[in-house]
Design a protein around this ligand. Sequence first.
Ligand SMILES: Cc1cc2nc3c(=O)[nH]c(=O)nc-3n(C[C@H](O)[C@H](O)[C@H](O)COP(=O)(O)OP(=O)(O)OC[C@H]3O[C@@H](n4cnc5c(N)ncnc54)[C@H](O)[C@@H]3O)c2cc1C
Length: 409
Amino acid sequence: MPVERVKTLIVGGGQAGLAMSHMLTQRSCSHLVLERNRIAERWRTERWDGLRFQFPNWSVRLPDFPFPHSDPDGFATSREIVDFITAYAVFIAAPIRCGVSVIALRIRNGGSGFVAQTSDGPIEADNVVVATGPYQRPFIPPLLRDDAGIFQVHASRYINPDRLASGAVLVVGSGASGAQIAEELFRAGRRVYLSVGRHTRLPRRYRGRDLIWWLSAMGLDQTPAEKHGPDRSKPLITGAFGGNTIDFRRFAAEGVTLLGRVQAADQGVVMLAPDLAKRLAYGDGSYAAFLDMVDAHIERNGLEMPEDTAARAVLPDPSCLVEPLRHLDLRASGISTVVWATGYECDFGWIDVPVLNAAGEPVHSQGITEVPGMYFLGLRWLANFKSSLLSGVGKDAARLADHIAMRIR
Ligand SMILES: Cc1cc2nc3c(=O)[nH]c(=O)nc-3n(C[C@H](O)[C@H](O)[C@H](O)COP(=O)(O)OP(=O)(O)OC[C@H]3O[C@@H](n4cnc5c(N)ncnc54)[C@H](O)[C@@H]3O)c2cc1C
């Protein structure tokens, strides 16, 4: 059988793979997109029902394709994002094949170009863009044994409160996923324990504008990767329930028991670090620093914005902070479920091209690797703050498309 040949192969049919396709089409560069499931699969099956897009509707767009909405300040559902990305694929007439998985990728014999082993046979390509997502393989720390008699689920497989057995829930992880799932559970009447880690807390709105507006006005959303400090934690924000500021002190006031980091577990008893106060202080510090930055920006630029003193109010220390738990007996506390909101690992084991470091992470400069023709797109901090975000991926895709077009010509 003759081997299929393409100029550029894009692996992944999410927002990044499709933005890449559009940018190559605009430069008359032929290509093929392979998606192992369906377009925008992760927005279909790896997001919970109550999740809302974390950016207001007015700010959501893919290249040449703004998000259609009737409420600029609203926050889209995952279903609306799936429909948007699917409509984008039609709008750009993406040459995409769904249900085809790339199983292995190696350099073509002779040393230039690549061979992708797919579930549909081999494909040769001069260029490959890997757009398989910033969040690939759910990570659960191996702390609680399966036989502890407690149902355990990663945030990517959590669906809604009604799908969990009755009883209290321990949510481990206080990033955007953990905080949002904890809030949804306690609003649904569940008893919730939340293990809080290091986090960067930001206001949803301040002085009359949404966070995203301020990030853009101050140019912070363009922060390049090289100017970013060592703290890579993602901003803790939510679009759920109309979009509000996440404040763990408010959670506690509403009945959530805050805990330190989970360190170990033995026979259904979880050991907790004595670090809750430190974690909350760090989150509160990042929040206050952001308000200061906005105030300074307003003053410097002589802007007329309403005051917002309420945003600086700090709720009193909750009892779970004053006397933090060091152990939690899951069964004795009535906990039937543990939700692990503990993040993701990368999964590039199928790439047999020398572009990965010892930890299996891609080595690149703004998505361009040292192996000619091999690119990555959509990774966190690929080039800047917005690289892995829906409304930010287009700029990186354009840069890679320019590089590919130059290479071809
Ligand atoms: C819970 C959660 C909430 C988020 N909320 C927001 C938000 O509100 N706003 C925002 O801008 N960003 C958000 N993000 C971040 C980011 O926008 C999403 O992760 C988004 O899905 C990334 O799009 P992508 O196209 O880069 O990757 P993905 O959506 O992960 O798409 C990659 C595609 O590649 C396919 N694939 C993987 N491996 C292969 C292979 N070997 N062969 C063929 N196909 C393959 C997958 O099936 C998948 O469809 C969120 C992320 C998470 C986890």
